[in-house]
Design a protein around this ligand. Structure first.
Ligand SMILES: *[C@@H]1O[C@H](CO)[C@@H](O)[C@H](O)[C@H]1NC(C)=O
Ligand SMILES: *[C@@H]1O[C@H](CO)[C@@H](O)[C@H](O)[C@H]1NC(C)=O
Length: 251
């Protein structure tokens, strides 16, 4: 297992900009966290329950189930301070869906994953991105709606299954200190959430990550890598009923 380190040598030799931070350096590959070894500290690679629905039936989309928006009270996301921890330490979270917290020095390449653990995606979140979580039993069409909205709104996103979501609300969007959990996708709420919470985090950094285990689909740039314009195909104010609906998303 240690020998996989050799394949990282070219990366280690790159003159990477070193950002020092609370604890371990971020965005560099070293023994603290090379993004490839000791990953079982965060997630047992043989545990496929994270991304597999145990039944053949998916959860029904329920019209009557209201979405729930939550933002941490009395919280300044941009002034929040958390730390980086090396792979020799475990990181756990109190919240079922962690909205902030310590994380690994290396964050995932933006995009959709078979599975990426919270210890990784929290770092993207801390850089001002938006995370889409879904239960592996979610209705595929509903997930698809949310995926299309998110990927058309913001380049800096991560999409991953997360089996701690419930049957009632198997879909979630997460920003630093905030979440929107839902059964059915309401376009207005989704656009509003993304515009309200993207960029609003301890850091607002667009540099891509170095971790890419189980990456399925890298993100496509929407407006720019910095996502200066969020949801560009949607009306400026999705709450204003006088604005005509956005043109359908062409993929
Ligand atoms: C983990 O490793 C880092 C660097 O490799 C070291 O600075 C830190 O003290 C170690 N932590 C523990 C709990 O062993
Ligand atoms: C979890 O909760 C305990 C008790 O309230 C608190 O001391 C601890 O700091 C919390 N940990 C995290 C990671 O938020």
């Amino acid at each position: 297992v240690e020998m996989t380190g050799w394949s990282l040598l070219p990366l280690l030799l790159l003159p990477l900009k070193v950002d020092s931070y609370m604890g371990a350096m971020m965005g560099v590959l070293n023994q603290c966290d090379d993004g490839k070894t000791r990953l079982e500290v965060d997630w047992d690679p043989d545990d496929f329950t994270q991304y597999t629905c145990p039944t053949q039936w998916s959860y029904a989309v329920r019209e009557e189930v209201e979405e729930i928006y939550y933002a941490m009270p009395n919280f300044n996301a941009q002034k929040d301070v958390v730390g980086h921890k090396c792979m020799n330490e475990t990181i756990s979270y109190n919240d079922t869906i962690p909205l902030r917290g310590d994380h690994r020095p290396n964050w995932p390449v933006y995009g959709e994953y078979l599975y990426v653990p919270p210890q990784r995606w929290l770092h993207n979140l801390e850089h001002g991105s938006i995370i889409l979580l879904y239960h592996p039993c979610v209705d595929e069409d509903e997930l698809s709606k949310l995926r299309t909205l998110l990927t058309g709104c913001i380049y800096r996103h991560i999409i991953t299954p997360f089996n701690k979501l419930t049957e009632d609300r198997p879909l979630a969007l997460v920003g630093w200190g905030a979440r929107l959990i839902m059964s059915r996708v309401n376009q207005r709420s989704v656009v509003k959430f993304i515009r309200k919470h993207a960029h609003i985090a301890p850091e607002d950094i667009s540099k891509n990550g170095l971790y890419s285990l189980h990456l399925i689909q890298p993100s496509q740039v929407v407006s720019s890598k910095k996502d200066l314009q969020l949801c560009p195909t949607h009306p400026p104010n999705p709450d204003d009923p006088t604005v005509p609906p956005a043109p359908p998303n062409s993929e």
